[in-house]
Each structure stands twice: as C-alpha cells, then as structure tokens.
Design a protein around this ligand. Structure first.
Ligand code: PHE
Length: 348
C-alpha cells in the first residue's frame, strides 16, 4: 500500500477530540457549540475537509471522503446520544441519576439551651460593665456555703430539710454565694465578678421548683461602694435586659450575708393581646444587698475600708418569663420539639 493521506490521520484526531468534548458537554447549549465547530456547514472542521476533497489527487478522494463521512456519522450519533442524556438529567454532567433540584438534607445542629442563653445574655451585660467571670466547686463545705456567709449552722437553711449533704460537713452548695467567699479569699479588692453555676436544694420537683438549678451570683467590693452603686448597677442591668421602659423596685428583705438586703422586682413594658402597650405585674428577679461587714471580716478584708454589694438570680425563672414557658420542668425534659425551637437547624 502506498502512503496514507495525512488527512485521514487528522480526521481520526478530530474524532477522538470531538468525542471526548461531547461526552463532557454539560448541557444542550454546549452540544450545539460543538456541533457547529465540527459539523457546521460554514466553519465546521469536518465539513471543511469534505469541501476540500475536490482539490485532492483523484486516487486520494475516495479514502479521505469515506473517512470524513464515517467521522461525521459517529459525531452526529454521539451528539444525539449526549443530548438525550443531558435532557433527562436536567443539565447534570454526571450519569443522569442525580436530581440537583432535590433540597440538601439539613443537618441537626443542636443549639444553646434556653436557660444557658439567658445566662449568656446576662453575663454579656455585666461583662460590658466591667465584671469578670468566676467559678467555684459544686461540692462545698459548711464554711463556704454557710458559716463564712454569716449563716450559723443552726439557721434553717443549713438544716438537712433544705440542704443536700454528701457526708460529714460536705454538701452540694445550696446557692452560688460560696463563690463570693472563695473569690475574696483569693483576691484583693477591687472585685467585680459574675459567677453562674448549679446549685442544689432538697426541694420538690414541680412547676416552680427543681432540686438542681442554675444561679448567677454577682459581687462587687471596693473602697467607697455605696447603696447608690448597688441600685444603679442593678437597675441598669434590668433596663438592658428587659428594655429602657422597665421599672425597678428594691423591696426590703433579709439574707444573713447582706445588710441591708433587698429583693429586686421589675415591671416590664409589654404588648397586650389587643396590641396596645401595657405593663406587666411586678416580678421578683433576684435577692441582693450590701455585703455584710461580717462576711468581709471572715475573708480577711477590712470592713472599715471596703464595702460592696452582692446579688443572686435564677436564670431559669427569667427564661420562663422571657420565653413564656409555664413550667420549669419543660427545661429539663429534653423534649426535642421544645428544644428545637432554640436551634438553627432542624430536628432529625
Ligand atoms: N444566695 C441567695 C439565694 O440563693 C441570693 C442572694 C445572693 C442574696 C447574693 C443576696 C446576695 O437565695
């Protein structure tokens, strides 16, 4: 056999190149572009070769012409097959089994528990006022939980009826106030702390009580801290948390570790059912007071030089008000239908 016309090889290269381009074409538009560039009447590269057949030696025309027509057929068939494929796959470039319009499965993201959200919010308000965070152990001694806090052991709070004892004089702290003592023992004033944590009491389990609950303790001690600092700080907190129209009231009360003591109530601006603005009832949000000089003395501070105030609140109670939850137990039952309202994802 004499030499093969180089056009035959060119045609075979074009065939390989075009076939792989057709297989990779993502949609009908891309296929049409390929059809034009290989088989288009004016500029198609196969068509060009066919048009030039007349200029070849007579004996070269049949083999080149036959090869050109074969490649043309192959490409036409490949274009058609790929066209059907992309049409049924909705434009997908894969094997045609994926449905790209199917929404992605949402992942379960979890979320911050509503009580912890309230803790975070309260903490961030105090942080912006210059407080730092403190913590202490949940298993405590009588000294930290009662005695250092000016609460004699024959006080009803220290009774086994109210406090969960572990063994001997070890107990589960019945409030977060022992963190006050631990902090003052360790650091010199000025003190400005927020201490969120669990507290435990021998209590019933009902709509408004649980034996284990979260508290947030606050303590400020420095030279020259007065009742005015106390009132202003807590009123500022309440207005930041509930809004600037919130009214704050300090009601005389008693705690062994503060003197004078108060219970702090708020009256919130609310939107009533008929859409008009109104005020809520007074709601108690915390116990508080000026730190009793005996407590300062117990931790080795000079009560002539230093004064301070302290407060303790129950974020679960505040979360009940904030989210309209009527029963504390809902916070502890891990019902995914309730908790999923506080996530950004979706329940599985
Ligand atoms: N520890 C008190 C309680 O649990 C609250 C409190 C804290 C009161 C700090 C005054 C000062 O009821």
């Amino acid at each position: 056999m004499s030499h093969q016309n180089p056009l035959v090889l060119t045609l075979q290269d074009l065939e390989t190149e075009a076939l792989s381009a057709i297989r990779a074409a993502p949609d009908a538009g891309a296929l049409e572009d390929l059809r034009v560039s290989y088989l288009g009447r004016k500029e198609g590269r196969i068509s060009e070769i066919l048009r030039g057949l007349g200029g070849l030696e007579a004996d070269q025309r049949p083999p080149v012409g036959a090869e050109a027509n074969r490649v043309k057929d192959v490409l036409q068939q490949a274009l058609k097959a790929r066209e059907t494929e992309v049409a049924s796959a909705g434009g997908d470039s894969g094997a045609g089994i994926e449905d790209l319009t199917l929404p992605a499965r949402q992942r379960w993201k979890g979320g911050v528990h509503p009580v912890n959200r309230v803790v975070d919010e309260i903490w961030s308000i105090f942080r912006s006022m210059g407080f730092v965070r403190a913590r202490g152990p949940e298993a405590e001694t009588e000294w930290y939980n009662f005695v250092a806090l000016n609460t004699p052991l024959d006080h009803p709070a220290a009774d086994e009826q109210d406090t969960l004892y572990l063994r001997d004089s070890a107990l589960l702290r019945s409030h977060t106030s022992p963190v006050q003592v631990r902090t003052m023992e360790k650091y010199e004033p000025p003190i400005r702390i927020i201490a969120p944590g669990m507290a435990y009491r021998r209590d019933s389990y009902d709509a408004t009580h649980t034996p284990a609950f979260t508290q947030i303790e606050g303590l400020v001690v420095d030279e020259g801290i007065t009742f005015i600092d106390f009132k202003a700080t807590l009123a500022e907190f309440a207005r930041r948390f509930w809004g600037s129209g919130t009214k704050v009231r300090f009601r005389p009360s008693f705690f062994p570790f503060t003197e004078p003591s108060a219970e702090v109530d708020v009256k919130r601006v609310i939107t009533k059912k008929d859409g008009t603005r109104g005020e809520s009832d007074w709601i108690e949000i915390m116990g508080a007071g000026m730190v009793d000089p005996n407590v300062l003395e117990n931790v080795g501070y000079d009560p002539e030089r230093y004064t301070g105030f302290a407060f303790g609140m129950g974020p679960a109670r505040i979360a009940m008000l904030k989210y309209g939850v009527p029963d504390l137990r809902i916070f502890l039952q891990h019902d995914i239908r309730f908790l999923s309202q506080f996530t950004t994802g979706r329940a599985p």
